[in-house]
Design a protein. Structure first.
Length: 326
């Protein structure tokens, strides 16, 4: 693996149409994904999870005060068991006329959180947002060189909010909860993206899918990480690609380190720790394969990440059918 070839040319050329080459057997509702490490169903009623189930991307070398980057083994076990339970629950609700979705167009609502009406205060042009949607569509269609996934993204609304009390956006704060509770739109199938200056050197964070819609559901992204932004090494739009991956139920490639379960996807090589920058030939685990530094779910510079794997594509579609499909 190496740096992605001609990526900027591909991105400026426009959004490629999504062509799927997925095996949908593991994505069928009612079938437990083979990569899942745990199979015990959770009992009892669904409850809104603690905010520690958020996930984040951090600038290289940053020393954030709070880093919601990794799930514990117990949290992963809980999530994998809940995915199994959600698949079974959905299968029990199905009728013969209902089939699992194979392709999905996700409506996107973008909330621009501003301190004031200046660019320095968060007021970015619409063009940066539309370019970000283009980057998402290219990343998830496989146009940048990875596996094609089932997902495409359609911008439905840009909502601009000037509120100094929400700026910067502080992960896990009461202000973040107030912001999302006030602004979130749509159902579980609607992607809400919150843009702004972020606390603690974070580039972004996301919630994982849940059986019951949470007011916190969505993705938070540093405004200047959008294409054309000022976040050096992180301004090609791949923070959003990364965080939307979490929203669609992907873990980091380095989740679990060199353990046998890792990120619960069989075709991403094991990785002991997050990559930084654009390392060449990095190999932190004894298992086969170099570290997946070009994967959207690592911590590499935007210039180095360009792909999802077929296993990640299948996992996202399985989770969509379990949690977010109507």
């Amino acid at each position: 693996m190496g740096l992605r070839p001609n990526l900027l040319t591909r991105r400026t050329a426009g959004v490629a149409s999504t062509t799927l080459a997925l095996l949908l057997s593991t994505a069928a509702v009612g079938v437990v994904p083979a990569a899942s490490a745990f199979s015990a169903a959770l009992g009892g009623a669904c409850v809104e999870p603690a905010d520690v189930h958020a996930d984040a991307r951090i600038k290289a070398g940053a020393a954030a005060k709070h880093e919601p980057n990794e799930l514990t083994a117990a949290q992963v076990k809980e999530r994998e068991a809940d995915l199994t339970a959600a698949l079974r629950e959905r299968a029990n609700r199905r009728t013969g006329a209902v089939a699992p979705l194979a392709t999905v167009t996700i409506p996107v609502v973008v909330h621009v959180i501003q301190e004031n009406t200046t660019r320095a205060g968060g007021n970015i042009p619409d063009s940066m947002i539309t370019n970000q949607i283009t980057v998402l569509n290219q990343a998830y269609s496989g146009a940048t060189g990875g596996a094609a996934t089932a997902f495409a993204f359609q911008l439905t609304k840009i909502n601009r909010v000037t509120n100094p009390a929400w700026y910067p956006i502080v992960e896990g704060s009461s202000a973040e909860r107030s912001m999302k509770t006030s602004l979130r739109e749509g159902g579980k199938n609607t992607l809400n993206i919150y843009l702004g200056e972020l606390s603690d050197d974070l580039l972004g964070w996301a919630t994982f899918p849940q059986r019951r819609l949470s007011s916190m559901d969505g993705v938070v992204v540093l405004t200047e990480s959008l294409p054309g932004g000022t976040a050096t090494n992180y301004n090609q739009g791949d923070t959003a690609s990364h965080e939307v991956g979490h929203w669609l139920n992907l873990y980091h490639t380095f989740q679990g380190g060199c353990s046998t379960t890792g990120d619960s996807v069989s075709d991403t090589p094991a990785e002991a720790s997050p990559a930084s920058g654009c390392p060449t030939g990095r190999n932190t685990c004894a298992a086969a394969g170099l570290d997946p530094i070009t994967n959207f779910m690592d911590y590499s510079y935007d210039s180095c990440m360009y792909q999802f794997t077929p296993g990640q594509a299948s996992r996202m579609l399985t989770a969509w059918n379990a949690y977010r499909a109507a």
